[in-house]
Ligand binder design. Structure first.
Ligand code: 0WD
Length: 254
């Protein structure tokens, strides 16, 4: 039998078929989960809709995470259409490209605020509105990167935002544990997606990983998808407040 049969899971952050969130959706759907996808605005609606429609029974709802009212509306729609929610996958981040090159010390006040709003606060903003729907317990997860732990070239303000995101995982896990809700993160190795296009010298980062990661290869989205499936499932019931590295071991090398 399937591991996520009867589970309702919200998936935020599908931009196209290379998105990590899309690979996660595939892994969740393969285990029988029913999914709700969100799209940021009308510009991407058609693309997300086309993808979502390949997974029968999926909901497709608008939500720009910088707007509280849109998150309120999302939570109301989920309550109406799903009743109970069991999972929330957060796979959203943004920083201006000019903040993703050169020196971190040059980061602007509004660039810092924007990166933190979309990449870190949005996890909490959505969690606070959807955890009341998780009346049977639940699992929340987000996507992070090694740049939260180390000062990495060009990652700059996004590294600071990911550090805030990882701390948010721990605080949310501590708050929501009493309701049987777990909160975790996946720290993925670099993957060529739309978001990665914004990062300077991404090719050389990928080359480094191929040469130095213990498993001598770069991360595939399906590897992240399967770990996400594990985190959404009962198999991970003893794990909360954790960040799991899905990076072919790259983070352990010196
Ligand atoms: O190497 C990588 N690609 C890694 C990505 C390594 C480790 C972690 N990650 C993280 C990213 O930081 C992000 O948190 O994984 C998450 C997903 O990123 P992705 O799959 O690499 O990138 P992408 O396919 O671009 O999805 C991110 C999406 C946005 O796409 P665009 O490119 O259109 O900004 O986040 C969404 C949007 O769909 N997003 C928003 N959604 C709602 N409201 C907003 C917003 N304001 N801003 C961005």
């Amino acid at each position: 039998s399937k591991l996520l049969e009867g589970k309702h899971i919200l998936v935020m952050g599908v931009a196209n078929d290379r998105s990590i969130a899309w690979a996660i959706a595939q892994s969740l759907a393969a285990q029988g989960a029913r999914l709700a996808f969100t799209y940021e605005n009308e510009r991407v609606e058609e693309r997300v809709r086309k993808l979502a429609e390949t997974i029968p029974g999926s909901l497709i709802l608008p939500c720009n995470v910088t707007v509280d009212a849109e998150i309120d509306t999302l939570a109301e729609a989920l309550k109406e259409q799903f009743g109970v929610l069991h999972g929330f996958v957060h796979s959203i981040a943004f920083a201006r490209t000019e903040e993703l090159e050169g020196l971190f010390v040059d980061t602007s006040r509004d660039g810092f605020a924007l990166a933190h709003d979309i990449s870190a606060y949005s996890l909490t903003a959505v969690a606070k509105r959807v955890y009341p729907l998780m009346t049977e317990g639940g699992s929340i997860m987000t996507m992070t990167y090694l740049g939260a732990e180390r000062a990495m070239k060009n990652y700059n303000v996004m590294g600071i935002a990911k550090a805030a995101l990882e701390a948010s995982i721990r605080y949310l896990a501590n708050d929501l544990g009493q309701f049987g809700i777990r909160v975790n993160g996946i720290s993925a190795g670099p993957i060529r997606t739309l978001a990665a296009k914004g990062i300077k010298d991404f090719n050389s980062i990928l080359r480094q990983v191929e040469e130095k990661a213990p498993l001598r290869r770069t991360t595939e989205t399906a590897e992240v998808g399967d770990t996400a499936m594990f985190l959404m499932s009962n198999l991970s019931r003893g794990i909360t407040g954790e960040v799991i590295h899905v990076d072919n071991g790259y983070h352990i090398i010196g």
